[in-house]
Design a protein around this ligand. Structure first.
Ligand code: VOV
Length: 245
């Protein structure tokens, strides 16, 4: 049997995409709308009290109006957050459009040999339990590695995959300081194999990195992609503006 990469797994992740039912939201009285917005903001602020991290973005285009991304220690907490949201007044005016369940993942493709427990290494911990940045823009998409005839990632030897991931890592590193990536594994958890969440203060950098990586063998030959969703950072003020009629 071929050798599976050993993964380090961090916080569980939920990407929750919603659209606003504008037609019914517009019919609500100003008072009720303001109360629902206030309650929603209190919910978002409460999210910051628990161990984990959160990101909140408006989504451009018709795929969704906003994304709530939450990282938590357990799957139960992700369910609790979903239920808590469902009980808010604002939830009655949203339509779920997409969601993604995964877990922050690091592989051992590029790890050096060492006897230490990686879960105790502060650099590893910072990546497994990341604080999501307040970057201006987000880009999320799920992806798979191809299993198709001669292009089957899972039939490649560990050495070959390591070599290919090395090249991927080199391109990635050239975007240091411009893009922060969170790779979440979802084999057995959701419909694709990984979720890719990119954060940047320049949306154009998403196009640049994804385009450049398409020419690299890992993506060119083995990458298969789901839908791309991009958006703008939301804070309380912007959310109030978004929901005001
Ligand atoms: C911001 C840049 C950036 C950087 C520095 C970076 C580096 C690295 C390293 C060093 C490693 C391997 C070890 C580990 O840490 O797991 C990975 C791993 C991975 N990557 Fe990556 N990646 C980036 C960025 C980055 C992007 C933009 C994409 C999407 C690809 C595209 O074509 O659209 C991606 C995908 C992945 C995936 C799916 C994996 C897991 C593959 C597996 O088979 O396990 N990644 N990645």
């Amino acid at each position: 049997m071929n050798e599976a990469a050993i993964t380090l797994d961090g916080w569980y992740a939920l990407h929750d995409f919603r659209s606003i039912d504008w037609a019914s939201w517009k019919l609500v009285s100003t008072e009720e709308r303001e109360a629902a917005t206030k309650e929603f903001i209190a919910f978002l602020e409460d999210l910051n009290k628990d161990t984990g991290s959160n990101a909140f973005y408006s989504i451009i285009g018709q795929k969704a109006d906003f994304m709530m991304m939450t990282l938590r220690e357990t799957p139960e907490e992700l369910s609790e957050i979903e239920t808590k949201f469902a009980k808010l007044a604002i939830a009655d005016f949203t339509i779920p459009t997409y969601s993604y369940v995964s877990i922050v993942e690091l592989s051992n493709y590029l790890a050096g040999k060492s006897d230490e427990d990686p879960y105790q290494n502060p650099h590893v911990r910072a990546r497994l339990y990341p604080e999501l940045p307040k970057s201006k823009y987000v880009c999320f998409y799920p992806m798979d590695k191809k299993r198709d005839g001669n292009d089957n990632w899972y039939m490649l030897t560990m050495d070959k995959r390591r070599q290919l991931m090395h090249s991927h890592g080199l391109i990635g590193r050239s975007y240091a300081g411009k893009i922060k990536q969170i790779i979440t594994g979802s084999v057995g958890l959701d419909d694709h194999e990984w979720g890719v969440t990119l954060f940047s203060d320049d949306m154009l950098e998403f196009k640049k990195i994804v385009y450049e990586m398409r020419f690299d063998e890992v993506s060119a030959r083995y990458g298969e992609f789901g839908e791309f969703l991009v958006g703008n950072l939301l804070d309380n003020e912007k959310l109030e503006k978004l929901l005001a009629i």
